[in-house]
Every structure is written in structure tokens, then in C-alpha cells.
Design a protein around this ligand. Structure first.
Ligand code: ADP
Length: 226
């Protein structure tokens, strides 16, 4: 589903972020990528959605070599990959439902069809009854659920969560992780980037450990200790 072959990334002239990364994530896997701040996790996520391009190496997503993806192909790639970040990036002048609908409107979907798609997604993420609220009228955990719902709207095959619980307390964080597990059970490949060791250990799924831009360990459902 996702393959990195000898991928390196250097920002500018001499800001190395990834060094010779090789990894293979299979369809329907739930993989955590753990590492300290600056290890290269966000760079990895950004390259998957072609927000950044590798300096060297090859990136294959769903059989598609996106290493030299054309700019006009990028929206097509992004419809297949749902992404959420630590900052929820919601539109504060739009309601919960409108935040989720917006991407589908932009993609040209008809209003009635959008409702049919959005309603069940809001239910999955546990936001039914809160459709008409604005982001500042819901909790942090709920804001992240809105972001997750928005990322699910295109029914992506791959779901990337880059420090999705970084701004949340423990209880809300656990609920978001449970939601990611549910998304994975529906058959979506999930890649979770985090620095939270307890979180990945509680998941008991594959853990890829990054340090200074390199993959330093790859544990099949292993228990990770620093
Ligand atoms: P993480 O997500 O694990 O915290 P990042 O991928 O954000 O790591 O960063 C990896 C390295 O790349 C860090 O040393 C960081 O300072 C550097 N870096 C990230 N983005 C940029 C950028 N736009 N320009 C220069 N250096 C960057």
C-alpha cells in the first residue's frame, strides 16, 4: 500500500529530515511511527500527500509512483489519503457539518448526495446531534473528530494521523485512538505518527521507530521501550 525505497529528504541546502528510509506498509495495516520531535515523522506524512517531495528515492502509494507526481495529479492523490494533524485546521465560520461537507462541495458533489455521505460519517465519529455547532462550541476532542470526519469524506484507502492527540487530554486522546482503530477495522490502512510511547504500547500493533530521520526499529506488534 505504501512503499518508501531509499527515501531521503533534505530541506533547503543542508537541513536533513529523512535519511535512506526503506519501509513497506501493507493494505489494512495499523502502523504507528514513533519518534522524538524532529525525528522526521511529519516529513514522512507530508511526502505521502506530496506536500513535500523527496530529495532522493522512490515513494509508491497503492502501486502509483508519486515520486515525481505532477501538480495537477496531487488533488487525486489527496482524495485517496485522509490526513489529520495536531492542529485541527477547521474553518471556524462553518458548522461541524459544513466543515465536513466543504471538501465534497469543492470536488463538485451534489448537495443531496453530500448529505447522504456526511450524515453516516458524523455518526461514525460520534458527532450526531452536534452538526449545527461551530468549532468553538465543541470540545478539543470533538474538534479532532470533525477533522477526522472531514478526512473520511472521500472514503480514503489510507488514513494518516500526525500527532492527532497532541492537543488533547488523556481521555480524549484514548477516544481518538479508539476511533482510529475503528477506521482500521473498516479496512482502511492507518498510519499514526506520535511521540507517545504509552499510546503505541497500548495499541499492540506494528511500531516503526524513527530517530534523526532514520528508521531504527520495526517491531511487529512489539512492545516499544525507549
Ligand atoms: P517530527 O514530525 O518527527 O517532529 P519533522 O519531520 O517535522 O519531524 O522534522 C524533521 C527535521 O526536519 C527536523 O530537524 C526539522 O527541523 C527539519 N525540518 C522540518 N521541516 C523543515 C522545513 N520546512 N525547513 C527546514 N527544515 C525542516
Amino acid at each position: 500500500m505504501i512503499q518508501f525505497k531509499n527515501v531521503s529528504k533534505i530541506y533547503g541546502d543542508n537541513h536533513p529530515a529523512l535519511h535512506n528510509v526503506n519501509l513497506h506498509i501493507r493494505p489494512k495495516e495499523f502502523v504507528s511511527i514513533i519518534g522524538r520531535s524532529g525525528a522526521g515523522k511529519s516529513t514522512f506524512a507530508k511526502m505521502l500527500i506530496a506536500q513535500e517531495r523527496p530529495s532522493e528515492g522512490e515513494i509508491i502509494v497503492g502501486g502509483w509512483d508519486i515520486t515525481k507526481i505532477r501538480n495537477d495529479e496531487v488533488p487525486f492523490l489527496r482524495r485517496q489519503i485522509g490526513v489529520v494533524f495536531q492542529d485541527f485546521n477547521l474553518l471556524f465560520n462553518k458548522t461541524v457539518e459544513e466543515n465536513v461537507s466543504f471538501a465534497l462541495e469543492v470536488a463538485g458533489m451534489q448537495k443531496q448526495k453530500i448529505r447522504q455521505v456526511v450524515q453516516p460519517i458524523l455518526k461514525i465519529v460520534g458527532l450526531q446531534g452536534k452538526e449545527g455547532r461551530y468549532p468553538n462550541e465543541v470540545s478539543g476532542g470533538e474538534m479532532q473528530r470533525v477533522a477526522i470526519a472531514r478526512a473520511l469524506a472521500h472514503r480514503p484507502k489510507i488514513f494518516i494521523a500526525d500527532e492527532p492527540t497532541g492537543n488533547l487530554d488523556t481521555i480524549n486522546a484514548q477516544e481518538i485512538v479508539d476511533l482510529l482503530k475503528k477506521i482500521n477495522e473498516f479496512g482502511t490502512t492507518v498510519v499514526l505518527m506520535t511521540h507517545d510511547r504509552d499510546m503505541v504500547n497500548s495499541l499492540r500493533r506494528r511500531v516503526i521507530v524513527m530517530d534523526h530521520g532514520e528508521v531504527v526499529n520495526d517491531l511487529e506488534s512489539g512492545k516499544y521501550t525507549l
